[in-house]
Design a protein around this ligand. Structure first.
Ligand SMILES: Cc1cc2nc3c(=O)[nH]c(=O)nc-3n(C[C@H](O)[C@H](O)[C@H](O)COP(=O)(O)OP(=O)(O)OC[C@H]3O[C@@H](n4cnc5c(N)ncnc54)[C@H](O)[C@@H]3O)c2cc1C
Ligand code: SF4
Length: 552
């Protein structure tokens, strides 16, 4: 129990909870296009600035020191599969890989096309202009795939990251296997863009890109804070949203970390919850009260339900080709050939993406041979040369998982944070149609990977399936019917006219590809609706985005 000794009031037009990549999209668009005061409230700390990152990388190399020591909150260990503990300015995307494919048109109408899951209230075409905008804001380098597989109305803002020698060889192999692949789009600069340097493709992205060639949300926040277009309050946890008699959100009640007795009351015309797939539903549920015992925005009972993601099957394939592992190993080839499939005659449902990377698996020098015998002197070199005459490819397919209603986030009354508030508990569960097909799906993908290996006169050396559902989303799914969804297609909650939830939580399903570009496109679409409440900017407050992003 926390005793409140003082209260501070902060007023604005828009109050955004969270400062992850979805929040950055909303704030950036509103700040550029509307005359509105914007306050952003972030539980975590500021991250190290760009000019310190080369030194932090050096200390990581010299002393194995973590360059991001303050990127999470102590005491927030929760039950269930958490994607990352990161809670900081910029959120999880401070550590992301920057891989940015779009969903495919089928993703938005799984029920009508395949009879599984639920259709979204929007189509791919509705989201397409916002994909274009998201690619421009983040700065995505990409190669358009064939239009039939990868429909898009505008070119990528940057040319693709060049394919390495290894990827060129691997592309020839997959082509022989009858699969059309192209360069996976990435939010990494292939040319100078947004005032940031081009990626030098040395593959040193983990744990920290020393030059800022990969987009991260801190760059957007730095620009908005520098131009005084947002007020970003760090180290401040929003504990609940209060609702008045008319159903409007009147305040977000928060405390600053380290000063739990001082309550901060955020008042705003519009509240935007941008806390990602975990903390958005958590805040709505934690805002339960006598009049709303199930929490805020929860008349449907669906807040926290239908958490979604995708699982994967991965194989390592030994191929008779000379690869040189370590040449920008994070870059891959991708195809949507298996996402854009017609319904099957046997009524079974399977959609997946497919990616191919070079791999160093089994290619490192070693001191013992397969039998465990010690290798000495020239034997080490001979063994290494022999084993690297062949190349190894990593092939991975994310496949669709249809979420069950009971795939859920609930309040865990057994685990509380230092303020005494219950933490969330996560449990991912497949809908019956996915549970029934899991084994068959993984076997079918495994067979495809073996066929691919054979087409290149190679062999699969190892296959594994991962239980973790990657790129998690959902919890506040969108829909037209207030009885079966939490928000409308714009992210506006059905129950509270001035409350929006943006990005990942609003997803109906999670597709079978990296999803953050879609979260950004959805957030930018929400910003269009939020903006309607405020007058357009007269004259230029900020440099036009194009100019800011591409100073040349
Ligand atoms: C290692 C790694 C690699 C990844 N690589 C990729 C990739 O290559 N491609 C891809 O598509 N995706 C990738 N992802 C996923 C991607 O990073 C996330 O999907 C994305 O960053 C989620 O952004 P978000 O805005 O939804 O939420 P978050 O990043 O979770 O941001 C939410 C923020 O809100 C704050 N917050 C929440 N609740 C409150 C509250 N009550 N009060 C105050 N603040 C609050 C949190 O502290 C947090 O900072 C990766 C993730 C990880 C961890
Ligand atoms: S390869 Fe290097 S420059 Fe490119 S994103 Fe990774 S760390 Fe940054």
């Amino acid at each position: 129990m926390t005793y409140v000794s003082r209260r501070r009031v902060v007023e604005s037009d828009v109050c955004i909870v969270g400062s992850g990549i979805s929040a950055a999209m909303v704030a950036d668009k509103l700040a550029r296009e509307r005359s509105a005061t914007i306050v952003v409230v972030e539980a975590g700390d500021d991250v190290p600035p760009l000019d310190r990152r080369p030194a932090l990388r050096q200390r990581f190399l010299d002393y194995d020191e973590n360059p991001w020591p303050n990127d999470h909150l102590e005491g927030y260990e929760i039950e269930g599969p958490l994607q990352s503990r990161s809670m900081c300015v910029g959120g999880l995307a401070m550590h992301w890989g920057g891989v940015t494919p779009r969903f495919s048109p089928e993703d938005f109408k799984l029920k009508s096309l395949y009879g599984v899951g639920t259709d979204w209230p929007i189509s791919y075409d509705d989201l397409e202009p916002h994909y274009v905008e998201a690619e421009r804001v983040l700065g995505v380098a990409g190669e358009p795939g064939p239009p039939a597989l990868d429909p898009r109305s505008k070119p990528f803002p940057m040319p693709m990251l060049p394919l390495t020698y290894n990827l060129e060889l691997l592309k020839a192999w997959v082509t022989k296997a009858g699969i059309t692949m192209w360069s996976q789009p990435s939010a990494k600069n292939s040319i100078p863009y947004g005032g940031r340097a081009p990626c030098c493709r040395n593959d040193t992205c983990t744990p920290i890109c020393p030059i800022g060639a990969k987009y991260s949300p801190d760059f957007t926040w730095n620009a908005l804070r520098r131009d005084k277009r947002v007020d970003l309050h760090t180290r401040t946890i929003v504990r609940r949203l209060d609702v008045d008699d008319r159903g409007r959100i009147v305040r977000a009640v928060a405390v600053r970390r380290g000063a739990p007795n001082v309550e901060v009351e955020y008042r705003a015309k519009v509240f935007v919850v941008a806390g990602g797939y975990v903390w958005s539903s958590h805040l709505l549920l934690a805002s339960r009260s006598v009049s709303l015992p199930n929490g805020v925005a929860n008349s449907s009972g669906l807040v926290g339900k239908y958490l979604c993601g995708h699982r994967n099957v991965q194989a390592f394939v030994r191929l008779p080709m000379k690869l040189y592992p370590g040449i920008n190993e994070q870059h891959s080839l991708v195809t949507k050939q298996f996402m854009r499939v017609p319904p099957r005659a046997d009524g079974k449902y399977l959609r997946h993406d497919l990616r191919v990377w070079e791999s160093a698996s089994g290619q490192a020098p070693r001191l013992r041979d397969d039998s465990g015998a010690l290798l000495l002197g020239d034997e080490i070199l001979r063994d290494w040369r022999k084993r690297t005459e062949h190349g190894v490819a990593r092939v991975r397919a994310y496949y669709d998982v249809i979420p069950d209603r009971a795939s859920e986030l609930t309040l865990d009354d057994a685990r509380k944070n230092a303020l005494g508030d219950p933490l969330p508990k996560l449990a991912f569960r497949d809908a019956p149609e996915s549970a029934a097909l899991k084994e068959w799906s993984e076997e079918t993908i495994g067979a495809l990977l073996r066929d691919m290996a054979r087409a290149g006169d190679g062999a699969v050396v190892r296959t594994q399936s991962d239980e973790f559902q990657d790129h998690p989303a959902g919890g506040c799914r969108m829909g037209n019917d207030p009885g079966s969804s939490v928000t409308d297609s714009w992210g506006r909650t059905h129950d509270h006219e001035n409350l929006f939830v943006v990005g990942a939580p609003t997803c109906v399903s999670a597709s079978c590809a990296n999803a953050t570009l879609t979260f950004c496109a959805l957030a930018l679409r929400s910003a269009v609706e939020i903006a309607r409440a405020f007058p357009a900017v007269r004259g230029s407050v900020l440099a036009p985005r194009e100019e800011l992003l591409d100073p040349d």
